[in-house]
Design a protein around this ligand. Structure first.
Ligand SMILES: [Zn+2]
Length: 302
């Protein structure tokens, strides 16, 4: 961690409730992840002043773009699941993907008949989407993107909200650019529901501080949406181990001979996979009282 970090930081109040009373929950990469004493939001405080370049303080950032492209199959699997959801709303229309990265999801949405636009602040990733996939992408922060009001039928934001500097403004802006009846798809972890040290350690390095500036609970996300005119229609909790043992994740897994054999067996015998996932979930959810999961929420503009 750079010694300059302290000099280039700002101290903020809670983005959700304006509270000033927060306590340190976790320290990672020299930054405090604090919990609001009033509403429970987890946020980095103090935090790096600018979103430009702060990610370099996170060790995960090394060769980020290269890694992103390498991991493309993971994002393609995620894109497929997201597409199924979005296609269930309408067959085409104007779609915006916030934080579209290299355009993996937008490419798929275009194939499915959607008129696609993306926003991506990382220039290298955005260039990839524009030059290689000929997608329509604005290279900027979503909060500076200034789309016309009531433009989109669908807005998606996968694993984005943790990085956003002002979540409340994010939801207000999303509601503004959605057409009446248009929908938002958002997914993220449930960090703010993690209270026990043990559970926090399941995530361990994955807090991604300070690259991830906020962690939410399901309830807080609903309240953020509702107070900005987005009505929650659907809210799913996907347990950690269901994700780890999903078919797509298993296919990508590379490991020792023994683990590879186990992987092949799990893929070949679906009931075996179901049994393993159930056992793991029972172990962690019932015995270890872990509720680490992924939140997947759909909200409609009122
Ligand atoms: Zn708060």
């Amino acid at each position: 961690v750079s010694n300059n970090l302290a000099a280039d930081t700002e101290t903020i109040v809670c983005d959700f409730c304006g509270g000033k009373d927060s306590t340190v929950f976790f320290v990672e990469n020299g930054c405090n992840l604090t919990r609001c004493g009033n509403c429970g939001l987890l946020y980095v405080n103090p935090r790096p002043l600018s979103s430009q370049g702060f990610a370099k303080y996170s060790h995960e950032y090394t060769d980020y773009v290269e890694k992103y492209i390498q991991n493309k199959p993971i994002y393609q699997a995620e894109a497929k699941r997201r597409m199924e959801e979005v296609d269930s709303w309408a067959s085409g229309g104007k779609l915006l993907d916030i934080g579209c990265a290299d355009g993996t999801f937008l490419e798929l949405a275009r194939e499915h008949g959607w008129e696609t636009t993306g926003v991506e602040p990382d220039e290298a990733l955005a260039r990839h989407a524009i030059d290689k996939s000929h997608l329509n992408v604005r290279i900027c922060d979503f909060l500076d993107s200034r789309f016309e009001g009531e433009t989109f039928h669908a807005v998606t934001a996968s694993n984005i909200i943790c990085h956003v500097r002002w979540p409340d403004r994010f939801f207000r802006e999303t509601a503004r650019i959605l057409k009446k009846g248009g929908r938002l798809f958002l997914d993220t972890g449930n960090g703010a529901e993690i209270f026990a040290r043990k559970e926090a350690e399941i995530w361990g390095e994955h807090w991604g501080t300070p690259d991830h500036l906020f962690h939410f609970s399901e309830d807080l996300l609903h309240r953020y949406m509702e107070r900005n005119g987005l009505v929650v229609e659907k809210s799913d909790r996907i347990p950690l181990f269901s994700m780890l043992f999903s078919k797509d994740n298993l296919r990508l897994f590379k490991g020792s001979k023994l683990k590879s054999a186990l992987k092949s067996a799990l893929l070949a015998v679906p009931p075996l996979r179901l049994l393993i996932v159930t056992l793991f979930n029972l172990y962690y959810v019932r015995l270890k009282k872990s509720n680490v999961c992924k939140l997947r929420i759909v909200a409609r503009k009122a």
